[in-house]
Design a protein around this ligand. Sequence first.
Ligand code: SF4
Length: 485
Amino acid sequence: MSFKGEYQQASLEQRLPDNEVLCNLSPRNCKIKDGQTGFCGVRGNRDGRLVTYTYGKGVHLTEELIETEAIYHFAPGARILSLGNIGCNLNCQYCQNWKTSQAKFVEDKDVHSFTPESIIETALRHNIRVLSWTYNDPVVWHEFVIDTAKLAKEAGIYNLYKSACFITEEALDELLPHIDIFSVSIKAIDEAYYRKLTTGWLQPVLDATKKIYQAGKHLEVSNLMITDISDNEQSARNMAGWVLENLGPEVPLHFVRFHPEYRMRETVRTPIDRLEKAQVIAREMGLKHVYLGNVANTKATSSFCNYCGAELVHRFGLSAHLESLKDDGSCASCSKEAHFSALDLNDSISETSSRKPSDEFIRHTYEWRGDITSVHVQVKNPSSQTAALYYRAGKEELYLWTEVMMQPGESYRFILAKSNPNEIGLEIAMPETMTSNLFEVFDRAHFPTISVEEGVSENDRTALPKFEGKQIPDKLKLSLAELNP
Ligand code: SF4
């Protein structure tokens, strides 16, 4: 059955003559006729009322690490419960989650049902203290996000919102009281770029980001640098300059590596030297915390004290280890402010277990390949008993097992990431009664829908499934300078 089988009243509705409605959730302000849907495909008009088709419907919930969301200065290394919806109010030509973000491509097998209560119960049972609204942009999941975020707060759980923030001021006003952490993706400080490559426009994004900052929320900004389009020095200067002028030098900025995807498969990953140049430029301009994303084995992802140079947090890929930080977020070597918070959440990092899997357990192994340094493991415990599965970073006995407890009937998905250059793979052990699938994650905040059992991409740069439609025309593959002379 299509996810549109059930629906409920949506907020931010404006009723119009002739049974039409206007949606005030995103700046598109779609005017929708009876029986039709808006641009996002997940909100529509039923009998003259604005409805949402996706309340409580999304992709499989997934345990990840907070670094997945380009959040480096709030609880480094903390585990999060990632919640992704279906549909989006943008249609970026390079979307890595196009299979679930564009409503017309969504398949029933990828849609799961939740209630706010079931999400909180899962988070608490797995000792997770941060919910992350992520993958497809959470804007179009507005009502469900707010209802769940309210319950999460009551349970002492933080809410993280990873978004392109193409949202109206009215909707943001409703959201702000419930969200603690914002990871905002600004694509470029360029109106032409937004119009041509995202189908949205720039000013609402900038207005929303400023408002989030002024509200005193934890905010980090990321900028995906698209090969030969937005990976030039001027683009980096524009981005850093806007953050400096409108937010402040202490707001972290992440320059993120792109992989070919969706309508932009016929290109290459962003050259790392261009990302490194952007980092140098932004630091020289005065930003204090500038990082690279979607790169693993480099110092450019770790945090260093701006005063004494001590390494504060060591990162490799998605893993983070606190090195020299005091509990108050200052540098342990020189006591200067380093702008970190919620360091106490590190007690939620997975504990390795002294317990081991039974010799009778089924073993699965995976070896890292190229740029793929993390996988999602999706496990189902169909039995009527609580059961444990185990994983470790390799077959050798020097690696300790980590235990994951599964409720009867539970389906759980979690990320495993390479945490140092010497690890060559991982091993999972589970009872014969459990079933599992493994999904290669190409970049952070990527939600793969094809498991390795169903097929493996021919390279480590472009995920399955392959988009069969047209690639963007060459005339759109213009540098920013050409787009905006
Ligand atoms: S949320 Fe959907 S229906 Fe509402 S204005 Fe945006 S694209 Fe249109």
